[in-house]
Structures are given as structure tokens and as C-alpha cells.
Design a protein around this ligand. Structure first.
Ligand SMILES: [Zn+2]
Length: 71
């Protein structure tokens, strides 16, 4: 599986559950820089994914981060 496929697959399996780039890196095993590129690309499909600045639902940090989620 390619890295974009891994991120896509993980988000689809955790539908309606948001993850920041740091959490995606930890959970999917793809480095944060690549996660950023992949998630930005997924955000081009707003019927399938959202990517907004918010507190990460995984509670990894209290500051706002870009959170990606499959809808
Ligand atoms: Zn997080």
C-alpha cells in the first residue's frame, strides 16, 4: 500500500473521527511532512473529507491544529 493509500484507508476506517497531522503520523506510520501533503490533497474533495483548524479530537494538544476527517 502506498502512503497516500494508507492515510486514505485509515481515515475512511475511522469515519467522522478527526485527526491532526501529528496523530496521523503516529497512527498510520507516515511522516508528518508527507501526511500534510496527503491530507491537503484529500481536502480537495470536500464531499469526502474536511480539513479545518480545530482542537484535535484525539486530545493530543490544547492548541488548534489542522484536523482531517472523513465524512
Ligand atoms: Zn492530534
Amino acid at each position: 500500500m502506498t502512503n497516500p493509500e494508507k492515510v486514505y484507508d485509515f481515515l475512511k476506517k475511522n469515519i467522522r473521527n478527526g485527526f491532526c497531522d501529528d496523530c496521523l503520523e503516529k497512527r498510520v506510520g507516515v511522516n508528518r511532512h508527507e501526511v500534510n501533503t496527503i491530507a491537503s490533497t484529500l481536502a480537495l474533495f470536500p464531499k469526502e473529507f474536511t480539513r479545518v483548524s480545530a482542537t484535535c479530537p484525539q486530545q493530543c494538544s490544547s492548541r488548534d491544529k489542522l484536523v482531517t476527517q472523513a465524512i
